[in-house]
Design a protein around this ligand. Structure first.
Ligand SMILES: Cc1ncc(COP(=O)(O)O)c(C=O)c1O
Length: 406
């Protein structure tokens, strides 16, 4: 099938929930994709921070192939070897003692929200309110959409789930003010992804931890987007010297295969008893086999070091554009998640890059987001920069170019 045929079929039969680019990819390897018409692309989107190891990482592909030919799914009515092994691997490499598996980031967050409510309920404390951040993104289910501090995702779906309050990101004072006797937790992305790649100010996450401890409430880190090596450490919290009480993962956890996870300290996780929470597919043989392969490939083989090294290079190169393009306001991020805030809309730039074979993404209308696979090389950054620079010149000729024209 061609791009055109796939697009037509989608238009006719798939619910219209996505604003899609007019292209359908049919194969991928590393940071490269090929569309149905045979055109090649350099991928700085990585399936929205999912394909952290690149497309079709051989270890993940091999694990999926092997498990698919052995046993795909039984049920959580029975014990599941790869699920238990992946849980052990995650606990050994994090602050956590126990893991609940889901199929997506929203479901992992849903589990976290339910866990903190159950935790306080079992203690006989009427604490159920969760403080989240403006510009946050936690998912599209009713609870996680209610937790999300962005009106645009909620409009038309009211009434929202009660007991979420939103405060500005990076404002400890606002969180302090919002904590009341019915507060159960603070939920925060260590770096806000969807909200525009907003990084925490020095001491912010530590301050949140101290405030939560003082107030007897829990700290939830949503690492759905920035976990799994994206910031150069396996989990983003490691960069800030702060351990959460509960953490959620998804996206990169299965190397492209759908899986989510909610991790917690034992004293909190114990609030979930048999029957408290469940997911039919959560943590099945196939998903957790992919997860084991993805976690192992992330912590071994230099992926994290590469992310830091190439991430630093990408930041330098993006920052270098500021002198030629005064409409670039700020570059912010860490590891291999970078946002370039513009004074102009970003989507025409994304469209033009696509035509030239480069995938980047725009969030919050004016922030170009760069979230390539963590295995990219400096030469991939150079190639991306060549295309981006050409597009920036086309979209908005700099002062030199406009002077020449007049
Ligand atoms: C921080 C964060 N949390 C939760 C989600 C929701 O994940 P999913 O789309 O897998 O439900 C996302 C998705 O972009 C995210 O970035």
């Amino acid at each position: 099938m061609t791009n055109k045929e796939i697009i037509e079929l989608t238009r006719n039969f798939v619910a219209d929930t996505y604003r899609r680019f007019p292209v359908a990819f049919v194969r991928g390897k590393g940071a490269r994709l090929q569309d149905a018409d045979g055109k090649g692309y350099l991928d700085f989107v990585a399936g929205l921070a999912v394909c952290n190891l690149g497309h079709c990482h051989p270890k993940v592909t091999e694990a999926i192939k092997k498990q698919a030919g052995t046993l795909i799914h039984t049920s959580n009515l029975y014990h599941i070897g790869p699920q238990a092994r992946l849980a052990k691997l995650l606990c050994e490499n994090s602050f956590a003692d126990k893991v609940f598996f889901s199929n997506s980031g929203a479901e992992a967050n849903e589990a976290a929200i339910k866990l903190v409510r159950k935790f306080f309920s079992l203690k006989g404390e009427s604490r159920y309110k969760i403080i989240t951040m403006e510009k946050s993104f936690h998912g599209r289910t009713m609870a996680t959409m209610s937790a999300t501090g962005q009106r645009k995702f909620q409009e038309g779906f009211e009434p929202l789930l009660e007991k979420f309050v939103y405060v500005p990101f990076n404002d400890i004072g606002a969180v302090k003010k919002a904590v009341k006797k019915d507060t159960a937790a603070v939920m925060v992305e260590p770096i806000q992804g969807e909200g525009g790649v907003n990084v925490p100010s020095p001491g912010y996450l530590k301050g949140l931890k101290a405030l939560c401890a003082e107030s007897g409430i829990l700290l939830i880190f949503d690492e759905v987007q920035v976990g799994m090596g994206r910031t150069g450490t396996l989990f983003a919290y490691e960069n800030y010297g702060v351990k959460p009480d509960v953490m959620t993962l998804a996206k990169g956890l299965g190397g492209g295969f759908p899986i989510g996870a909610m991790l917690a300290k034992d004293e909190i996780a114990r609030a979930f008893r048999p029957g408290s929470h469940a997911s039919t597919f959560g943590g099945n043989h196939l998903a957790t086999s992919a997860g084991i392969a993805a976690v192992n490939a992330t912590i071994r083989g230099g992926v994290l070091d590469n992310c830091k090294k190439v991430g630093g290079y990408l930041f330098e190169r993006l920052s270098g554009l500021k002198k030629d393009f005064p409409f670039i306001k700020e570059i912010r991020g860490m590891g291999l998640i970078w946002g370039m805030e513009l004074k102009i809309p970003g989507s025409p730039i994304v469209d033009k890059c696509l035509k030239k074979g480069l995938l980047i993404n725009c969030t919050g209308e004016t922030v170009l987001r760069f979230i390539p696979p963590l295995i990219i090389k400096e030469k991939d950054v150079d190639e991306m920069m060549r295309i981006l620079k050409g597009v920036l010149k086309e979209v908005h000729p700099g002062p030199t170019a406009s002077r020449t024209r007049t």
